[in-house]
Each structure stands twice: as C-alpha cells, then as structure tokens.
Unconditional design. Structure first.
Length: 376
C-alpha cells in the first residue's frame, strides 16, 4: 500500500495545486477504441436514456457538447465534492479551525463493514497502529476525497450539521441537484438486522429519514450497532436483488444532472474571475481532487483531477478535469444508471469511465458528438 503524502491546508492555500496521492491508478488511454471504452459505448448504445455526458474544452467553450444534460442521475460519491466545498468555505471563514482533531474511535463508529469496498480501512491504514486522533483536514481531503471513505463523509456531514445547502446551491447555480446525505444510510436501507433485505414491493415505503435513523442507531446505540455488525458478518452480508438495489438508488439517493455538474466543475477549474468560489476554496478543492505520484498521469498530464462515484445496483459517475502536456484543459461529466450487474462489474473493473475521461482529454472532446450520434 502506498502511503499518502499529506499537507497542511495552509500550505495548500498558498501553493494552490499541491495535493495528496491517489490510491488507484487509472490507465491513460488516448484511443476511443480500447476494450474498456468499447464496453462503455455498448452500454450507452443498449440504454441511451440511462447515460448522460458533458465535455467542455476550457479554451474553446463554443465546442461544449451535452447529451441527456437535464436528466437526473444518482451521484454516489461525486456528491462528496459539495460536502468538501462547504467544509473549505467554513475553513476560509474561520467557522471551522484548521487545527480541529478527530478522535479515531469516534470516526470508527461511522464505518459499516462490507459496504465501501474497504475504502475506510485503506484510509486508516496509512496511520501508525495506535493512532488516536487525526486532523479533520486529513479526514476530509484524504479520507473522504482521495480514499472515498463513506465513514469520513458521514462524520463530516454530522460535524457540519446543519448545512445551508440552499445557499451553496444558489452560489454555484445548481437547480437540479438534490442535497447530499449520508452514504452509509443506503446499504442500511437495503439490508439491516432489524428489517432484513428490502424487496421490490417494499421500496416505495422506504424513506431517506428512515435510512438516517438507522445510521443514527448504528452510531449512537451500542446494542443496535453490535447486532448490526454480527448480522453483517454472516447471512446479512448479502445485498438484495440487483433490481431492488437499482430501485432504491432511483428513489432514495442524491441525484444531479450533467448540466449542474458542469457548473460545479467550471467553478473549480474555470477562470478565477468567472468562478463563484474564492481562490482559496478552488485551490483546496483542486488539491483534494488531483491525482499525484502516479507515473502514467505524471508522464502525460500537467494536471488531472477526478471524482468517481459508484453504487452496486448499476450506478457509475465520474467528473474529471484533464490538462495533457501539449494539449488543452478539458472538463467532462459522465453519468450512468441502471447498468446490468455483469456489465457494471466489468465497467468498474476496467475503469471504463476513466478511459472515457482520458480519451476526451487527449482529443479536446473531438469525436464525441459523432460517437453519440452513432449510438443514439
């Protein structure tokens, strides 16, 4: 396991684009015909209504391409970007201290086994055994953004509650994105020791409030927590059927549109004079998103930053920024929903959306319109 290089947020504010390491390496592809991309286009062709994309060369805004840009898609971990922006704005205003520490035993209460593919465990493994406190900055920038720990994002949401999401959305110009919520509540809605696995007939009766109540019980009620951990160590470790998972994602998760997330990415990566975010907030967010100490990325990009979101049940989402050497800066947004199980697993394994972002970056979005026209 590579260790992350961590930086003080004060340093990040000053230098702008210094960042931590990414834990996974996306293959760099400059061809539109890799096997991973072929798989992606086949899925888009099979379900064109369940795919949305935007591509914007920042040096050529007139070349913007949009497809299904106003259709809501589940966001999964992509919504953590909004949580991070809210956090950095509180840092900048002094409402949260740069020195704030987090008790690791308290943070561990938010970790639900078998639900985040080990992201939280990998994050905590970068610290020496016996570590009892970490900084809230490391939790947010490294745990939530780099490793994508759901425990980290859920802790931070509770720490910042209440959040005036309406004010942030008005600042960013978001009109079709729902507010972030705890991500751990989704697997608890799907299956827990109190109710068992959800069924298709019961999905309509599930609520976000119910899921948040389960998470509160898991974090605050020791007896309920131990019963849940014991349940998930055995027969409770299985999720409901794929169609049930997809139905829960369609009904209960935060959603957003390609058009809205293009605005978010432009706020982070566009010209300073056009951004609704301050320079410090932009710099910290870019630092948290930036890939670092990856040979493929370092050999081909001046800067590459992205956030991947995925849910078992058929959701894949990626927002990305790429500035290849000798090329131009490109922003892209790609959302999928209701992907069949076998295809979803293969697309995730081959990092199809990552290959898509690289292809768009290296080609300044050229060829995308023709490809979409051919499949739709």
């Amino acid at each position: 396991m590579r260790r992350l290089r961590r930086f003080s947020p004060l340093v990040l504010i000053v230098v702008g684009l210094v960042s931590t390491t990414c834990t996974y390496a996306q293959p760099v592809a400059n061809s539109g015909t890799s096997s991973a991309l072929s798989l992606l286009w086949e899925q888009a062709d099979a379900q064109p209504a369940d795919f949305g994309i935007a591509c914007l060369p920042l040096d050529q805004p007139e070349s913007l391409f949009l497809y299904n840009a106003y259709v809501p898609f589940p966001l999964a971990s992509v919504s953590k970007i909004l949580i991070f922006i809210e956090y950095t704005q509180r840092l900048e205003s002094g409402r949260i201290s740069l020195d704030e520490q987090v008790n690791t035993s308290r943070l561990d209460l938010y970790n639900l086994p078998r639900t985040d593919r080990g992201a939280h465990d990998r994050f905590m493994a970068i610290y020496p055994d016996g570590t009892t406190t970490i900084s809230l900055w490391d939790l947010a920038a490294t745990g939530m953004m780099q490793y994508s720990s759901n425990a980290a994002s859920d802790y931070l949401l509770d720490r910042m509650s209440p959040v005036d999401w309406a004010a942030l959305y008005d600042q960013l110009g978001l009109t079709d994105t729902t507010y972030p919520h705890s991500l751990t509540m989704i697997p608890l809605l799907m299956n827990n020791h109190e109710t068992g696995k959800a069924t298709l007939d019961g999905v309509a009766d599930l609520t976000t409030a119910q899921g948040e109540r389960y998470l509160d019980l898991y974090v605050q009620n020791g007896e309920w927590r131990q019963a849940e951990i014991a349940y998930r160590s055995g027969r409770g470790s299985q999720f409901p059927d794929w169609d049930v998972q997809a139905a829960i994602l369609a009904q209960q998760t935060a959603t957003g549109t390609v058009a809205d997330w293009l605005k978010v990415m432009e706020a982070i990566y566009g010209p300073d004079e056009d951004s609704p975010l301050s320079y410090a907030v932009k710099a910290m967010t870019r630092a948290a998103l930036r890939w670092h100490e990856n040979d493929d990325i370092n050999n081909t990009y001046t800067e590459y930053g992205s956030k991947l979101g995925f849910y078992s049940g058929g959701t894949l989402a990626l927002v990305a920024y790429g500035y290849p050497f000798g090329g131009s800066p490109v922003i892209s947004v790609a959302f999928f929903r209701d992907i069949p199980r076998r295809t979803y697993n293969q697309m995730l394994r081959e990092d199809s959306v990552g290959d898509l972002a690289h292809w768009l970056n290296f080609n300044d979005c050229t060829g995308l319109a023709e490809t979409i026209q051919a499949i739709s």
